[in-house]
Design a protein around this ligand. Structure first.
Ligand code: ADP
Ligand code: MG
Length: 248
């Protein structure tokens, strides 16, 4: 079982859109996949047409070891794709994790799932919190959507530094360009000429596309909603690259 995360300390950069589309593409290529919506805002759950699990088990029970993580899993309407929906109590997860001495709590929760899933995808809230630290430590690979602007590149540098400070292997972080708008000179320049600080980026990039925005209304992954669109094509290419890097 491989664990990957989509992370950025900024919000609104396309983390959740990528997590959902890649999760769908992984499952539709036959890999039993679990997507964990760790953001209490529940956008990943929303995009998959699922509602936050307000009646389900609370994070506190998970933390106390009273509930195995398997009890939080819901099937989705897509074969081989399961979801741990957002739960309002995840809001406190960060504080609770900070109180614990164990820095591999998340990893130990996921370990028993290794017989059921080939891939776990973690969709994180934007921060450098204790939760983020656990997510970044436990993931085999971390994919970092980065809008081609100077501020976004700075925030990628901050994440890289955070990983170094926390002694997390920097080589497992892979930035990729997200929401690329070719009408903007800066986007085109960074895309075409590259940037030293993004030299380890994925070859593929995600264009700015209204089809991605439509996910919010239709509550479906883009490859289901618009299979022939440029955005679907971009996510498919990215999935192939992620699959290779993650050795799936
Ligand atoms: N490639 C894209 N093109 C256009 N809009 C996008 C794209 N990716 C995401 N969006 C939109 O931007 C907003 C934030 O995306 P989201 O994936 O939720 O970001 P994050 O998880 O990083 O906060 C959403 O409204 C989404 O529909
Ligand atoms: Mg998100």
């Amino acid at each position: 079982m491989r664990i990957i995360a989509f992370h950025n300390l900024k919000g609104g950069v396309g983390k959740t859109a990528a997590a959902v589309n890649i999760a769908y593409l992984a499952s539709s290529s036959g890999i039993p996949t679990l997507l964990w919506d760790l953001d209490p805002q529940g956008a990943a759950s929303w995009y998959l047409g699922e509602d936050p699990d307000i009646t389900g088990e609370k994070a506190s029970r998970l933390l106390k070891g009273k509930t195995p993580v398997g009890r939080l899993i819901h099937p989705t309407r897509y074969p081989k794709l399961d979801l741990i929906p957002a739960h309002p109590s995840f809001r406190n997860l960060d504080v609770k994790l900070a109180e614990q001495e164990n820095s591999s709590t998340l990893k130990s929760w996921l370990a028993p799932l290794s017989e059921d899933y080939g891939l776990v995808i973690l969709d994180c809230p934007p921060s450098l919190s204790h939760l983020a630290e656990q997510v970044l430590s436990c993931a085999d690979q971390v994919y970092v959507p980065t809008i081609p602007t100077w501020l976004s590149i700075n925030s990628w540098q901050q994440l890289r530094q955070f990983a170094k400070d926390k002694k997390i292997r920097v080589a497992k972080f892979h930035p990729f360009l997200s929401m690329v708008d070719r009408r903007k000179t800066l986007h085109r320049t960074i895309l075409e000429q590259g940037d030293e600080r993004l030299k380890e980026r994925l070859k593929g990039y995600i264009p700015y596309a209204s089809d991605v925005e439509k996910m919010g209304e239709a509550r479906k992954p883009v490859p289901v909603l618009m299979p022939r669109s440029a955005a679907s094509h971009a996510y498919r290419l990215m999935w192939q690259e992620i699959r290779r890097i993650t050795r799936l």
